[in-house]
Design a protein around this ligand. Structure first.
Ligand SMILES: CC(C)(COP(=O)(O)OP(=O)(O)OC[C@H]1O[C@@H](n2cnc3c(N)ncnc32)[C@H](O)[C@@H]1OP(=O)(O)O)[C@@H](O)C(=O)NCCC(=O)NCCS
Length: 147
């Protein structure tokens, strides 16, 4: 298992994984994107036997206000999407991807790594990010349908 940046010719594979992600319907707010969307992004891929089995990407931003968990102007990294194919889950691939992204963010001056945890399987996902990967809980946006 190797984690590295995706190459230009692999964009179609990322688009394919993204469409599998959308069809799985496991997370809120995941949109189907095309190659042009991913073209200018640095995307990390998990590769097993020459097959891309997972991906993750995000971007750097600057904090606008001082908050309880950051100061104004702090650089941070926002992880936007992370996905591992169902048949490759629970093998440590997600952890390896996350740790590589964390190292990249730190080496490039980010003071924090952030993400919006959007999985409907929220108990497993919070276990993954908080218990396994050491993230801190900040907030959760909840909704109750009143129809
Ligand atoms: C979340 C995800 C990237 C983890 O990848 P992974 O390779 O299975 O993770 P690892 O093998 O390194 O770690 C296993 C842990 O992942 C979590 N996990 C496993 N399957 C999961 C699932 N379907 N959904 C959410 N979390 C899951 C559990 O915490 C598990 O730990 P446990 O076995 O102690 O319960 C992967 O499950 C996935 O792609 N899920 C669907 C998309 C998603 O939720 N992406 C994150 C959006 S913020």
């Amino acid at each position: 298992m190797k984690i590295r940046f995706a190459k230009k010719f692999e964009l179609k594979d990322i688009v394919n994984l993204n469409s599998i992600f959308v069809k799985e319907n496991c997370c809120n707010n995941i949109l189907a994107d095309g190659e042009e969307y991913y073209a200018n992004k640095k995307i990390f891929v998990a590769v097993e036997d020459n097959k891309i089995v997972g991906y993750g990407y995000g971007d750097f931003a600057k904090e606008t206000n001082t908050r309880s968990f950051a100061k104004a102007n702090d650089k941070f990294f926002e992880l936007e999407e992370m996905y591992v194919l169902p048949e490759f889950r629970n093998l440590g691939v997600g952890q390896k991807l996350f740790k590589k992204i964390e190292m990249y963010a730190k080496q490039n001056g980010a003071k924090t790594l952030r993400l919006n945890a959007v999985s409907k399987n929220y108990k497993s996902l919070l276990n993954f990010y908080i218990e396994i990967l050491g993230m801190e809980f900040i907030s959760a946006y909840l909704i109750k349908n009143l129809d």
